[in-house]
Design a protein around this ligand. Structure first.
Ligand code: 5RP
Length: 232
């Protein structure tokens, strides 16, 4: 008879991908039957999309925040509506690059920030799915993405540098034909004020701060399982 060694019987910690799959699975419970589902973008959302066929009968159609998610959804047979055909979505499920205790987020690591913000703006509920590494006390450890009209990249870069950021132009064209500046080194103590400020600059399409419309529910994948948080 084979005898198990200690290392074989002790549970291995979950990988980041497994944590993403777990939180994505927990998010299925938030899908509102019969209502259009808002689908975000990123590796955590990919895990969600892969599990959506299990609840296909609850989802008449989706709106998507990127060409990437649209392709994945359509490949699985889901109907993806143009955003202009939709007044609201029952729930919008998306990941984040960072989320603070007030449920403000930095998003846009995958470059889909503007479409994400548009879909989030018509969502009755925003469910953020993230692994535990994304929860922070103060936003800013992750470089803040800012989508810009190409001709404004230089002017917006100088404004971000004046705030103390180290700025890089991402080698990437967004689904909207625009560019992204990644602003590192900001400590964002008042996300709503900074969101309004950067969004007011000429040439900014949107900043990847989601503070005015933050998350309503956070599903966090931790070593102890999925934890659910709601703003106080
Ligand atoms: C894409 C995003 C994503 O939600 C964010 O980058 C998190 O991605 P991931 O789930 O891959 O960590 O904002 O623009």
């Amino acid at each position: 008879m084979a005898i198990s060694t200690y290392s074989e019987v002790v549970a291995q910690p979950l990988t980041q991908t497994e944590l993403k799959r777990l939180v994505a699975r927990a998010a299925l419970d938030y899908v509102v039957p019969g209502e259009v589902l808002g689908v975000g973008t990123g590796s955590t959302v990919d895990q969600l999309i892969d599990q959506l066929p299990e609840i296909r009968d609850r989802i008449p159609a989706c709106v998507s925040s990127s060409e990437r998610s649209t392709k994945r959804l359509e490949a699985l047979g889901f109907k993806v509506l143009d955003m202009n055909a939709v007044e609201s979505v029952g729930v919008y499920i998306d990941g984040a690059d960072e989320i603070d205790s007030g449920f403000a987020m930095v998003k846009g690591g995958g470059g889909a920030l503007t479409r994400e913000k548009i879909v989030a703006s018509v969502a009755k509920k925003f469910v953020c799915i993230a692994d535990a590494s994304k929860k922070v006390d103060v936003l800013g450890r992750f470089p803040l993405p800012v989508e810009v009209i190409p001709m404004a990249a230089g002017a917006v870069r100088r404004r971000l540098e004046a705030l103390g950021a180290e700025v890089k132009l991402r080698d990437f064209i967004t689904d909207n034909g625009c560019r992204i500046l990644d602003a590192a080194g900001l400590s964002i103590s008042d996300p709503k004020v900074l969101e309004s400020e950067i969004n007011s600059w000429p040439g900014v399409v949107t900043v990847g701060l989601f503070a005015h419309r933050g998350a309503d529910v956070l599903l966090l994948g931790t070593a102890e399982g999925v934890k659910t948080f709601r703003p106080e």
